[in-house]
Design a binder for this molecule. Structure first.
Ligand SMILES: O=C(O)CCC(=O)C(=O)O
Length: 296
């Protein structure tokens, strides 16, 4: 497969742990994804439990819908979506935090966007030569109530041995300081993984279907003041190393900040059964380059 990244870009990724690629995706493809996300939200009938996505990763809320979303397309509400009376503060279309986590394998529009030769070539260029597409999220960062995503390393939530998870984050709309752009810690991927997010039942041999954080290194993650903002235009791809600390702020502006995030791992790495995201046998993971299905 032909290279798409220059040596300089590959060096920058190795040094910083992230790479910003403006204009990677056409605005028509962004519009198609946005339209499809809107349709999925329109069709979504909230259950009585109304799953909220608690965007501060330290307090991530776990329930059956969250775990089941590994094999589905679930809509999670913003933490501030509901007023004290239990009613939505804004229309449903302006209340969903994200859709997750298997649209890339369940929806043709998301599938077309995800499995492209160009993206597979980026993965190959940075050393992920056998990428499997593991998880997808359409993130709305809604106007006024778009939740903060606490500083985290993606390998906390999608662990492999060795660590291979890589995030491909696409700006579907312009991301600015006002509407909650990503922030990243340059070089922060050359530090240890601080925590692992595990299915409790996988660690204590009982039927507990909750999740726990296990501390691996007590070193604190960087404070927001140690991160740099990544203000980018729609169509930009940001590649994120799995150990890179990154964060995004609350959105109090009048503009949404839509993004699509696809996380990949190496097919050769071990994927422990304690990871929260477990694919069912009927929905095996696929190679990013479209070369076939591989059991999870
Ligand atoms: O879009 C955001 O605000 C955060 C996304 C993120 O943390 C990720 O895709 O790993």
């Amino acid at each position: 497969m032909a290279s798409v990244l220059s040596d300089d870009q590959i060096d920058r990724y190795r040094t910083d742990g992230f790479l910003v690629l403006p204009g990677f995706t056409g605005l028509d493809a962004c519009a198609a994804l946005q339209q499809r996300a809107t349709e999925i939200v329109e069709a979504f009938q909230p259950s009585e439990r109304r799953t909220v996505f608690t965007t501060n990763e330290q307090e991530r809320f776990t329930d059956a819908e969250f775990l089941d979303s590994a094999n589905g397309m679930w809509c999670f509400f913003e933490e501030e979506a509901f007023g004290p009376d239990g009613q939505l503060r804004q229309d449903k279309s302006l209340s969903i935090n994200k859709i997750g986590h298997a649209m890339h394998d369940l929806d043709p529009v998301f599938e077309r966007f995800s499995y492209t030769p160009e993206l597979a070539a980026v993965a190959t260029d940075i050393g992920l030569t056998d990428a499997l597409a593991l998880q997808s999220m359409y993130i709305f960062k809604q106007p006024h109530i778009g939740g903060e995503v606490g500083c985290h390393q993606d390998a906390t939530f999608l662990y492999t041995d060795p660590i291979t998870v890589t995030g491909f984050w696409f700006a579907i709309e312009d991301a600015t300081l006002e509407n909650g752009c990503l922030w990243a810690a340059p070089g922060g991927h050359r530090t240890n993984l601080r925590k692992a997010f595990k299915r409790a039942g996988a660690t204590n041999n009982d039927d507990d279907d909750g999740t726990v954080f296990e501390e691996l290194d007590p070193a604190p993650l960087p404070a927001p003041t140690d991160l740099v903002p990544l203000e980018v235009e729609a169509g930009t791809l940001v590649v994120l190393h799995g150990l890179l600390p990154h964060w995004s702020d609350i959105n109090r502006s009048t503009k949404s900040r839509h993004a699509f995030s696809l996380h990949c791992i190496s097919a050769a790495a071990d994927y422990p059964s304690w990871n929260w995201l477990q694919r069912s046998p009927g929905l095996p993971l696929r190679r990013l380059d479209g070369s076939g299905r591989v059991a999870a």
